[in-house]
Design a protein around this ligand. Structure first.
Ligand SMILES: Cc1ncc(COP(=O)(O)O)c(C=O)c1O
Length: 443
């Protein structure tokens, strides 16, 4: 481990939480140098939906490399790109009645978000973008401006602007439809919120703590965008590629975003790859206006095509994800009912699920103990209060049960050493003076 201390930057994060020397990985398992096995419920922060080194894509990748296929191709037309686009069109767009132009951006999620924001601004001639509380869209300056988290925002070193923040679904309480507020401020010429180019939203906020927008909220949001002639951008970088039980996370809501960002599990193999889907009329880029050297990771095109062919040629995989998702939800609900004393809650959709432990300290203890028991799992949310189950979608039933057993054991053991469970603060309580009390009596 010495070399990492000597010359790797302090900026490391996951490496601090899981301080082992990892060497190999297969499916839902990772192995350290000593040969110890770890069950991976982190899955590359949503990049390994199909597991590590998936054999269905590995063969195609090895064959492509063996034949000296183009590896790096800028934005040149290549046979690998042709095959990927054809499969994407035939197996993803056409069956869903979707029409999009595909923009290849730099290979990370934030590259796709930057391009999406930029095209929306250029097409509409407006600067403002609406994004939501607890949203996470990446850490380059444009995406970071749209991101809520103060830890990441604080590192920008400059002003983050061009964004109006709106409350996400459930932010002010379950009974309040926050889209009504958005509609009001966009309708009121004195609201102080400039008419935006676009609304940028995650259907399930991954880094923000697995906050799920309801179908109704998403439909309202889409309708309000249409009403005010504002573009709707769905950031499906973490929630897409099957995570919620359908290829796109917004399918259940039956909305039609103007722009969609995809990355993470798109290549299927963990290879860097990102795209922006743009409604044809909005694809008003001029040649080369937005570029980047790494827009042609042809190895990723090969594995992305293989992933779509193998998992998305029919709906059997989606059904499997829904089945496993229901099992995860059932197990987490049982944990909450058994140990939660009314304070812990579950959250999520499909195989994008979490256990809200209310306090980051408590959630962190659970994740650390789980790691000692061989489970790699992270926390998310404003205070890292949510234990985030993000296993590969291809995980076996046996491994899934094992991972959830470890979570349950860890919750039980951590609780055994605690006097009392943390309690959710009801910020918007029925008692109208509650916020005042918080100010006058911070303790
Ligand atoms: C919804 C969403 N958008 C954008 C990003 C940024 O992706 P990247 O880290 O690849 O830049 C993330 C990363 O977690 C994400 O979850």
């Amino acid at each position: 481990m010495k070399i990492f201390e000597e010359i790797e930057s302090e900026v490391q994060s996951y490496a601090r939480a899981f301080p082992k020397m990892f060497e190999k990985a297969k499916g839902e398992w990772m192995y350290d140098r000593e040969g110890n096995a770890y069950l991976d419920f982190l899955a590359g922060a949503g990049t390994l939906n199909y597991g590590h080194n998936n054999d269905h894509f590995k063969g195609a990748l090895l064959e492509y490399i063996e034949n000296d296929g183009i590896c790096h191709g800028l934005d040149l037309h290549t046979t690998a790109k042709e095959a990927f686009l054809t499969t994407l069109n035939e197996k993803i767009f056409q069956p869903r009645g979707m029409e999009y132009m595909v923009q290849f951006t730099g290979p990370t999620g934030t590259n796709a978000v930057e391009a999406a924001i930029k095209v929306a601004r250029n097409v509409t001639g407006r600067e403002n973008i609406v994004s939501f509380t607890n949203g996470f869209h990446g850490v380059t300056l444009g995406s970071l401006a749209a991101t809520g988290n103060s830890h990441h925002r604080g590192a920008s070193g400059t002003t983050l602007n061009g964004i109006s923040r709106m409350p996400y679904d459930g932010y002010i309480g379950d009974d309040i439809d926050t889209t009504a507020y958005l509609d009001k401020v966009l309708s009121d010429s004195s609201s102080g919120v400039d008419l935006p180019a676009a609304v940028l939203v995650e259907t399930v906020q991954g880094e923000g703590g697995i906050n799920v927008a309801t179908t109704e909220w998403l439909r309202n949001l889409s309708a309000i965008c249409k009403k005010h002639d504002v573009l709707l951008i769905v950031d499906d970088i973490q929630a897409g590629c099957g995570r919620t039980g359908s290829f796109f996370s917004f399918e259940e809501a039956e909305i039609k975003p103007d722009i969609v960002t995809l990355s993470k599990s798109l290549s299927g193999y963990g290879l860097p790859f990102a795209i922006v889907l743009i409604r044809p009329e909005l694809d008003q880029w001029r040649p080369g206006e937005h570029n980047g050297t790494f827009r042609g990771n042809n190895l990723a095109f090969v594995t992305a095509k293989a992933a779509i062919d193998h998992y998305w040629s029919d709906d059997s995989f989606a059904k499997e994800v829904q089945r496993k998702g229901a099992y995860i939800a059932e197990r987490l609900e049982k944990i909450v009912a058994t140990y939660g004393e009314g304070n812990l809650t579950t959250r999520g959709r499909g195989m994008f699920q979490g256990l809200n432990c209310v306090s980051g300290e408590f959630a962190g203890k659970i994740a650390r103990l789980a790691f000692k028991k061989g489970l790699i799992i992270e926390t998310s949310g404003a205070d890292d209060q949510v234990v985030k189950c993000l296993c590969s979608l291809t995980i076996s039933d046996e491994s899934l049960k094992k991972g959830l057993d470890i979570i349950e054991e860890s919750v039980r053991e951590v609780l055994g050493n605690m006097d009392q469970l943390p309690e959710e603060e009801n910020f918007f309580s029925d008692d109208w003076q509650a916020p005042l009390k918080l100010i006058t009596n911070p303790s």
